[in-house]
Write a protein that binds this ligand. Structure first.
Ligand SMILES: [Zn+2]
Length: 341
């Protein structure tokens, strides 16, 4: 089959790779119909991280089940399914407790030895614990569902970690796909006021479409001052960048007793100065989203028409054009690429 292979910084190619096959009785094989390029793929493309040349890439996909192992009970060949970015067993203490990202037998698609989402097919370990069955394509288009595999679940995790409810004034730092999805999540949770903070006018306009009540464009002191002048300090911040400046701004714009929910994968973060937040009782929660645990509720919201993250996918390409998607996202000419297969 054809699949994306990471060959080094700036070099992701679609190549011939072995067809996936069932290995364990709990596996399923999924023929991918739609995949996406995500922020962490882009970090790998830029040369950050430990991905060796020759490794597969991509962890956001949906498709049709073609084959299941003898012990698989919840999906059948022909089912249209979505996978979160990690597989998880569904039965260990962490999975049952809703922290599927800490599954004792879990893993991330495209890790060494496993298929990535950007290819024609994927072996899915722990199919029962991992996959969710979707409505048919003519009922709900892939573009509304694909973001649930990662960015929408992560935005939801940011808002939950920040304790967003109907009384909350929340600032969302970051106008990438995760930040924009955090705006959607905060709106869905009923936030009283949502301030989207970012660099790009076009993306901040999308934040308004998604439910932001205010937008603040810029960086550093300037944006901090704007948020403070609008609010006097917010109840909650969703940190969706993962950089030192974003953390510093998050703590500075949170009012005493407020909460920071962080979901940006930390890159070049030197540390958090606890002495600056100790006396102010600012809470910190977040981390890697347990996407699988959130999928049933988010899927229901999409099916009911209450949630539509499809606008984060602003570029559609075929699998053989995948390298263009990486290059365009790297040049910030596209927010998030949808790959049709
Ligand atoms: Zn588990």
């Amino acid at each position: 089959m054809r699949a994306a292979v990471y060959e080094g910084p700036g070099n992701v190619r679609v190549e011939d790779v072995p067809d996936p096959a069932l290995v364990l009785d709990t596996d399923a094989i999924v023929a991918v119909t739609d995949a996406a390029i995500g922020g962490s793929d882009l970090w790998a493309y830029r040369g950050y991280g430990q991905r060796p040349p020759g490794a597969r890439i991509g962890h956001e996909f949906l498709g049709l089940v073609t084959e299941v192992g003898a012990d698989v009970r919840t999906v059948r060949p022909g089912d249209r399914v979505l996978a979160p970015f990690m597989w998880s067993c569904g039965v260990c203490d962490y999975c049952r407790g809703g922290l599927t990202s800490s599954c004792l037998d879990g893993g991330t698609f495209s890790e060494v030895g496993h298929d990535g989402g950007q290819g024609e097919a994927v072996r899915v370990p722990h199919a029962d614990g991992t996959l969710v069955v979707l409505p048919p394509a003519d009922a709900v288009p892939a573009t509304r569902l694909l973001p649930l595999s990662d960015v929408m679940a992560t935005g939801h995790h940011a808002a939950l970690s920040a304790g967003v409810d109907h009384e909350t004034t929340v600032a969302i730092i970051g106008d990438g796909a995760v930040g924009l999805c955090a705006v959607l999540a905060a709106r869905r949770l009923g936030a009283r006021r949502i301030i989207a903070v970012g660099h790009h006018a076009e993306r901040l306009h999308l934040a308004v479409d998604f439910g932001a009540s205010d937008i603040v464009q810029g960086s550093g002191e300037e944006t901090l001052e704007k948020v403070m002048s609008l609010t006097g300090g917010v109840d909650a911040v969703c940190e969706c960048v993962g950089a030192q400046a974003a953390f510093d701004d998050a703590f500075a714009m949170t009012r005493d007793g407020g909460r920071v929910g962080y979901v940006g994968v930390p890159h070049l973060v030197e540390g958090i100065d606890l002495s600056k937040i100790f006396a102010r009782n600012i809470g910190i929660r977040g981390g890697m989203a347990p996407a699988r645990a959130y999928l049933p509720a988010l899927l229901d919201a999409v099916i009911d028409g209450q949630l539509d993250p499809s606008a984060v996918l602003d570029l559609t390409l075929g699998l053989e054009e995948l390298a263009d998607g990486y290059a365009m996202m790297d040049d910030r000419l596209a927010l998030k690429a949808h790959i049709t297969i």
